[in-house]
Design a protein around this ligand. Structure first.
Ligand code: HEC
Ligand code: HEC
Ligand code: HEC
Ligand code: HEC
Length: 211
């Protein structure tokens, strides 16, 4: 030990910076012997001394990858990616559902009378389901789901209650002053043609031309 130290300090004066570093290293790790061929040191100094660790990690990674591919194959639906980044069959599922809204053309096909009357009044531009709510189920099978008639007291103010945010030309009333506690239908007898005077009250029942 002391012998080696002396050797080191003797040469150090003439050494270039890199070599001095190596000497410093030797000072701190006197047991470090890269040129030794004993099994311990050759193993330590081998370039791939950690190869077995790397192989183990690689095997775990490959194994995980295989498991991932297998599970993915089982979980991902067959039609996924058929058209885009979604399940192709989803389109059929959605198509099979009953639409929430039928659309006014569908209503008009059966309720011709109401449709014709509505066309002559100011509500001509208002869709049936804007007042009656979504009736897709009724349109598909009328007797299975007969809609309740909307209550004018709750319905009309939804659009006609005065509000400064509404366009000035839009017919609006302060319902308390205009109607008091009366339902709007007390005076506006025909919701499909609301102007008082040229309105005819709705029939008590039906309205659908049975076909
Ligand atoms: C396939 C024909 C058909 C379609 C489409 C249809 N209806 Fe009907 N609707 C009927 C029939 C028939 C009745 C009467 C059912 C009964 O009383 O058993 C009815 C009843 C009604 C009633 C109740 C009438 C009452 O006297 O109280 C309302 C309101 C109504 N429909 C609105 C609509 C609206 C709004 C639509 C469009 C979303 C629509 N209907 C689409 C056939 C249809
Ligand atoms: C402005 C709102 C409004 C619109 C738009 C509207 N309705 Fe109505 N509808 C009513 C109200 C309110 C009643 C209930 C009247 C009553 O109680 O007497 C009613 C009643 C009915 C009735 C039963 C009474 C009758 O007159 O035969 C049918 C059928 C009907 N509506 C179909 C339709 C159809 C079809 C459309 C679209 C073409 C439509 N409605 C659009 C508000 C509306
Ligand atoms: C979904 C919104 C909506 C609902 C609900 C609604 N209305 Fe209307 N109403 C309108 C629109 C839109 C007009 C046309 C406005 C225009 O011509 O600028 C109108 C116009 C009117 C007018 C003016 C008629 C005229 O000749 O000047 C009256 C009266 C009226 N509605 C009464 C009613 C009554 C009564 C109810 C309830 C049965 C009702 N409205 C429900 C949207 C609605
Ligand atoms: C006591 C009878 C009566 C009642 C109840 C009533 N109205 Fe009227 N309403 C009238 C009269 C009359 C007119 C003026 C004639 C017309 O334009 O049809 C009118 C006009 C209207 C107008 C048109 C205003 C304009 O600027 O052109 C609207 C919108 C209206 N009413 C909405 C309602 C609503 C919503 C209700 C329920 C909260 C209601 N009315 C209840 C009698 C009534």
């Amino acid at each position: 030990m002391t012998q080696r130290l002396r050797n080191v300090t003797q040469v150090s004066g003439r050494q270039k910076p890199i070599k001095s570093l190596r000497i410093l290293f030797r000072l701190h790790f006197p047991d470090w012997r890269p040129d030794c061929i004993c099994p311990r040191h050759t193993h330590m100094s081998s370039r791939f001394k950690n190869a077995e660790h790397l192989i183990r990690v690689a095997l775990v990674f490959v194994g995980g990858l295989i498991v991932f591919v297998i599970i993915r194959g089982m979980i991902v639906p067959k039609t996924f990616g058929q058209y885009g980044h979604y399940r192709g069959d989803a389109l059929k599922d959605i198509e099979a559902r009953t639409p929430l809204y039928a659309g006014r053309e569908v209503c008009e096909a059966c309720h011709q009378e109401v449709a014709d009357l509505k066309k002559t009044g100011k509500h001509r531009g208002v869709g049936c389901e804007a007042c009656h709510g979504p009736l897709g189920k009724h349109a598909q099978d009328p007797p299975a789901m007969v809609p309740v008639r909307p209550d004018s007291k709750a319905l009309c103010v939804k659009c006609h209650e005065a509000n400064s945010a509404k366009p000035r030309g839009f017919p609006q009333v302060i319902s308390k002053e205009h109607a008091g506690d009366l339902a709007c239908a007390t005076c506006h007898l025909q919701p499909h043609k609301p102007k008082i005077g040229d309105d005819t009250p709705p029939k008590s029942a039906g309205g659908a031309s049975k076909k």
